[in-house]
Every structure is written in C-alpha cells, then in structure tokens.
Design a protein around this ligand. Sequence first.
Ligand code: PEP
Length: 247
Amino acid sequence: MTRNFFVGGNWKMNGSLSQVNSLVEILNNASVPSNTEVVVAPPAIYIDRVRQAVKKEIEVAAQNCYYKASGAFTGEISPEQLKDMGINWVIIGHSERREIFGESDDFVGAKTQYALSAGLGVIACIGEKLDERESGKTEEVCFRQLKAIAEHVKDWSHVVVAYEPVWAIGTGKVATPEQAQETHAALRKWLAENVSKEAANNTRILYGGSVNGKNAAELGKKEDIDGFLVGGASLKPEFADIIAASS
Ligand code: PEP
C-alpha cells in the first residue's frame, strides 16, 4: 500500500498579518511533490485570509474546534463553521491543548468523532512526555491516547495520526529516526490488532517534534513515517524543504 506523504504546518498562536502574507508567499512558491499533501494551520483569525490567498493544492486546517454545531460556547469554533469557510481539516488533541487547556483523552475522542461526522479530516495528536518515556511508558501512553481516539472513529480514511513526543516539541530535541520509527511501527501494529489491517495499512502516521529542513529527509525515509506535523519550522522558508522531503 502506498500512503501519500502528508506535511502539516502548525503555526500555533504566531504571526501578524504581514508575517502571514510572507508565509503564504513561501507556500505559493513551494513545489509540492505529487505524492505529498500539505495542510497548514494558521491561528483562527487568519484562517480565511490564508484559504483565500494560498494556492489550491495546499489545504488549510484549524488548530482546534468544538464538538457542537452552534450555540453558547464563547470563544469556540464549530466544525460546521470551518466547513462553511472551505476548511477541510482540523488538528485535535495537540499536546498544548492537552497540557495547557486540560483536554482529556475523552474530550479529544469526542471532538474527533464530531469533527469527522461534520465532514472534516482530523489530524489526531498523541505522544508521551519526557518522564513517561524515561520510565518506559511510551507505548502505554500512546496506546491509551490512540484508543480514546479510535473508539470514536468509524472511517479511518479521514484521520491522520500525529505522533509527537512532547519532549521533542519546540525543544530542538528531535527523536532519532530509529526512535520515531520504533514508535510508529508499534502504533501501526496497534491499529492492525485493535482496529483493522486496512486501517493500519492506510492510515498516515506523522512524526512531530523539532522537524526541520535538515532532518526531515532522513526521518521521512523510515518505513512507518508518512510525513510530519511541523511547528517552529513551518514559520520559516525551510518549510518548503520539508514539503520536498519525500521527493
Ligand atoms: C508541534 O507543535 O506540533 C511541533 C511539532 O512543534 P515543533 O516542530 O516546533 O517541535
């Protein structure tokens, strides 16, 4: 099975209008290999501007959404509203949402279910913290988080799993290609045993954590690494090199 490469850029709460315009220019000049899907996630206030200005082969995602269509949920955005604005993807369960905003496994699962039912594709994030890795709990934590998501997914064709070890996010401490591959292979095995062989073969599993223009190609060569979710480097011209990493 050939899984198309997937490169996501998570801009987090960064950027000004002029930086957003520069990033769009970088994206519009980047060459996107035919086997690669690119999805960028600007801060909510810039989503529509990016969707209007970026070339059509690049998709735009939200960094979060709620699990209701509308109502008295101050500060939230619904999947229906995202679809209304031509947005087809959302990141759910990023470690910053889990850690800073207290999102539980169950909440992440419920949001995944709702976003999928509203027609969004979901980039579902999981990953262990440093103390969990050091105490040998990487798989236990990742499997627990993946299970809470998998319980809410019927159709895996609109789900991309992002394995992001928390200790590697924004720290410059990238997992070695071997470390990342080991966990990706374990996650794929979990999908085969607990969901289906088809889901295991077809679901893209991305690596996230200090990916940059220099380390992307090496990581991307690993059998079970199907792309990246990129934070810091998605705000720089080197994001174009990461997009090209699979070619
Ligand atoms: C992220 O936040 O998803 C991420 C991977 O960040 P960085 O690339 O900066 O480590």
